[in-house]
Design a protein around this ligand. Structure first.
Ligand code: 4AD
Ligand code: MG
Length: 429
């Protein structure tokens, strides 16, 4: 039975076997240093010519990067060794020789790496980012579980648009058009009437025709929806959620953040309370800084970066002009032109990580909004029903998992936060 590299420190002085792939080899005639990666970690194996069979030594000589190997030897704790343990080999075997591995220590261009994404995953930075992602997803589930939310899986194939008709991926559903889900929200709202506090987490799709470092065509979103929750409660939930996730990453992903050379002091500052401005105040501060924006404009990436750069913590922006937001947002009772929506902008230029709102719960108003947005009323009949059978104020938000992970890891592009990114005109591998 093979021992995971991660657990080797529990086997000091014992004979162990490790199975994995050859990450690196240095050799000087009589002694070889082999780095073996098994998915759980990487260990240095020291092989002395004098201590192994001729056959094993032949394998040491012929082994290439990424060949599948098996090493048996004595585990020895050693502070100087990477990972704190070394194996003094008594046997070494190549199980499958690797062809010339395309990704080597030298610098490769992004296009090349993306083309080889299936192999690039083996690199230390990629592994670190994907582990952070995995921890974030686990933390999301724990957060909602601890707070007694019920998981509701929203459908992927849908008859309607949630976030505007310009970014829909259309497909054929037995002769009628269907769309890949842009958000699970519309399906969560009825579930909130059934179960009170619900959330979904799954892939969402947007045919974003722009090529930016913050957009993917397929991304994962986590969305809570809560009955009787209004805007202030929503802001508090989003803040608590983000702090919980950051804490968890700091607690459990120290090694990964080190591999990624993330400045963790920036993340340690993410504690309650987050600053908050209204859209109107944000526009004024942008104008004051010389940006050419007018009331009614949507923010671009540079505006978000400027606004967030004024703070060490994420910044809430609320009360947007209703005209630039989705049809379902509750109007501000103080000013009908404004929508009770929030965006949360991450610091360090990572942009919007959360978008959410209080939802319209008045039947007539929602019906009017659907018409004004020229959406097909018939397709939304079920959604309107929620306002017919015991309507209730409710709110929710969506957080893009890749945006959040990108910020945690300090990466410059979303493509490294998801195993197989789907980008404009790029679907291979
Ligand atoms: O602000 P958005 O469009 O909000 C919604 O979809 C709501 N229905 C959510 C809700 O209230 N339940 O998207 C939410 C988040 C954004 O803040 C961003 O983090 C992420 O989803 N996002 C994207 N991430 C990667 N690539 C894209 N193309 C994204 N579009 C949105
Ligand atoms: Mg948004």
């Amino acid at each position: 039975m093979a021992t995971p590299v991660r657990h080797l420190h529990q086997h000091d002085g014992e004979t162990v076997t490790v199975r994995g792939w050859l990450a690196n080899k240095r050799s000087s005639g009589k002694i070889a240093f082999l780095h073996v990666r098994d998915g759980s970690g990487t260990v240095q194996c020291v092989v002395s010519r004098a201590e192994v069979s001729d056959e094993a030594w032949e394998d040491v000589k012929r082994v290439t990067q990424e060949s599948t190997v098996r090493v048996t030897g004595i585990a020895r704790r050693d502070q100087r060794a990477p990972g704190g343990v070394e194996i003094h080999a008594t046997d070494f075997k190549v199980k499958a020789l690797s062809d010339d591995f395309p990704i080597t220590k030298k610098e490769h261009g992004t296009a090349f790496l993306m083309e080889h994404r299936h192999l690039w995953l083996r690199s230390s930075r990629q592994r670190a980012a994907l582990r952070v992602r995995s921890e974030v997803c686990q933390a999301i589930r724990d957060f909602f579980y601890e707070r007694e939310f019920t998981l509701i899986d929203s459908p992927i194939l849908t008859p309607t648009a949630c976030e505007g008709t310009s970014t829909l991926f259309q497909t054929d559903y037995f002769g009628t058009p269907a769309y890949l889900s842009q958000s699970g929200q519309l399906y969560l709202e009825p579930a909130a009437a059934a179960l009170g506090k619900v959330y979904c987490m799954g892939p969402t799709f947007r045919a974003e025709k722009s090529k930016t470092r913050r957009h993917l065509m397929e991304f994962w979103m986590v969305e809570p929806e809560v009955a009787f929750l209004e805007l202030d409660g929503l802001i508090q939930l989003a803040e608590e959620f983000v702090c919980y996730l950051v804490c968890r990453v700091l607690e459990r992903c120290r090694d990964e953040l080190a591999v990624l050379e993330r400045d963790v002091s920036r993340l340690e500052k993410i504690t309650p309370r987050f600053p908050h401005v209204t859209y109107g105040e944000a526009i004024e501060s942008l104008q004051g800084a010389g940006y050419d924006v007018r009331w009614g404009d949507d923010f671009g990436a540079e505006h978000e970066t400027f606004l967030a750069s004024q703070h060490d913590k994420p910044l809430f922006v609320s009360r947007f002009p209703a005209a630039i937001k989705a049809f379902y947002m509750q109007p501000d009772p103080q000013d009908e032109k404004l929508a009770l929506g929030i965006d949360l902008l991450a610091p360090e230029g990572y942009g919007e990580i959360i978008g959410g709102s209080q939802r319209i719960h008045d039947y007539e108003l929602l019906r009017r909004r659907i018409e004004e947005h020229q959406l097909p009323l018939e397709a939304f009949r079920w959604y309107l029903d929620i306002r017919r059978y015991g309507t209730f104020p409710h709110s929710g938000f969506g957080m893009g998992i890749e945006r959040f992970v990108c910020w945690m890891c300090g990466l410059s592009h979303l493509r490294e936060t998801i195993p197989y990114p789907r980008m404009l005109h790029k679907i291979y591998p």
